[in-house]
Design a protein around this ligand. Structure first.
Ligand code: KIV
Ligand code: ZN
Length: 393
């Protein structure tokens, strides 16, 4: 008898309402954020970062209400290494059943020189002061060295070591600018864990941006190197090209997680409705070809593919769309469709056609498909009506 090895559980930290909302034009009203937070809890994310409490009174209230209402999910208060931010984040998340404080400060030289205008020693002093200040109020402190992937490793190690010494329990290494490559980003986690004093005592997290389209690949590389928390957003919304997409990462793990020995706690059947809710609320349309949730992600136009699918769905589908709550994959009918697919669709309406009726329908279908790109079911039924007077039900 073979006993399957237990899989490592990857925590899904959702930042749709914080980093996602930082996408230009994505800003939401407090009541809209609350609706999305409820849906994220239904989806089964482990941690919600509902916003940036110090940024406005409305934001503070939304985070406060989310903390009070959603008692089955951990809430994260986001703050710069600044006392006022920490006070606000601590107060806004006060009533959460479980909470953490997320503190960040830049570690790359370019950010130190041009944004913070601080020396390395000053940055270390600031973060030490603020991590220990936050620790008085909240046990779980997540610390992020911003722009970590473009920082000198020597300074990055110093920063992480200082945060751990002051009580940080979770180290989140972000690829803030989406600059890293998977083969360099993954091993960085192993080096930090082994090279930093106390590095083996904390939980590791990653937070990848998608500027080069590598956010999911970099997150998977980090998982391979021991990361147990990944920060994501629904539909991959976020600053610039966005964050690691929740649905892509989760489905990569669902589909290929066996080879990595990992799993998530996401209820995948809620993925589609969550994606639609976020898209509608932010007024951000989803690209047709977006993996998992895009309109075409499970559509098959080519006759060869349609034929294969009708014989066995696994020929051209690696995931079951219904497992993500996506209405059963509709075969798109168009000029590439073959007789088999047309006949199958017609049969789904309980209509059986004789050979000559089918041939007639096929010819008129092809002529129509040359005129318009997609043949909807309505148009198909019209063609069926024109092709035959003798439909056998
Ligand atoms: O992209 C980033 O570095 C961030 C951090 C503050 C986690 O959003
Ligand atoms: Zn970010």
């Amino acid at each position: 008898m073979t006993i399957a090895a237990a899989k490592r559980r990857i925590l899904i930290f959702d930042t749709t309402l914080r980093d996602g909302e930082q996408a230009p034009g994505a800003s939401m009203k407090p009541e809209q954020k609350i609706v999305i937070a409820r849906q994220l809890a239904r989806l089964g994310v482990d941690i919600i970062e509902p916003g940036f409490p110090v940024s406005s009174p409305g934001e503070f209230q939304a985070i406060q209400q989310i903390s009070r209402e959603l008692q089955n999910v951990e809430i994260c208060g986001f703050a710069r290494c600044v006392k006022a931010d920490i006070d606000s984040a601590v107060a806004a998340t006060q009533d959460a059943a479980r909470r953490r404080l997320h503190l960040f400060i830049s570690s790359s030289q370019i950010h130190l020189d041009f944004q913070l205008r601080k020396t390395q020693d000053q940055v270390i002093e600031m973060l030490r002061g603020m991590v220990s200040y936050g620790k008085q109020f909240v046990d779980q402190i997540e610390f992020s060295p911003m722009d970590a992937s473009r920082s000198s490793e020597e300074f990055l190690f110093r920063v992480v070591e200082a945060a751990i010494e002051e009580g940080a329990t979770i180290i989140n290494i972000p690829d803030t600018m989406g600059y890293a490559l998977p083969e360099e980003f993954g091993p960085l986690f192993t080096r930090v864990r082994e090279g930093v004093r106390g590095g083996d005592k904390v939980i590791y997290s990653t937070h990848c941006h998608n500027d080069l389209g590598l956010a999911v690949a970099n997150s998977l590389a980090a998982i391979r190197h021991g990361v147990t928390q990944v920060e994501v957003s629904v539909n991959g919304v976020g600053e610039r090209a966005g964050n690691c997409s929740l649905e892509e990462l989760v489905m990569a793990i669902e589909t290929r997680g066996d080879s990595m020995g990992v799993e998530t706690g996401i209820s995948t059947e809620h993925i589609y409705e969550t994606s639609r809710l976020v898209s509608r609320t932010m007024h951000f349309p989803i690209a047709f070809n977006k993996p998992i949730v895009g309109r075409n992600a499970f559509q098959h136009e080519s006759g060869i593919h349609q034929d294969g699918l009708l014989k066995n769905r696994n020929t051209y589908e690696i995931m079951d769309p219904e497992a993500m709550g996506i209405p059963r994959s509709m075969i798109i009918l168009g000029k590439h469709s073959g007789r088999h697919a047309i006949k199958h669709r017609v049969a789904e309406y309980g209509i059986k056609l004789g050979d000559s009726e089918m041939e007639d329908l096929y010819n008129r279908f092809k002529a129509k498909a040359d005129e318009q790109k997609i043949i909807t079911d309505d148009v198909l039924m019209q063609l069926v009506g024109e092709s035959t007077d003798s439909i056998v039900q």
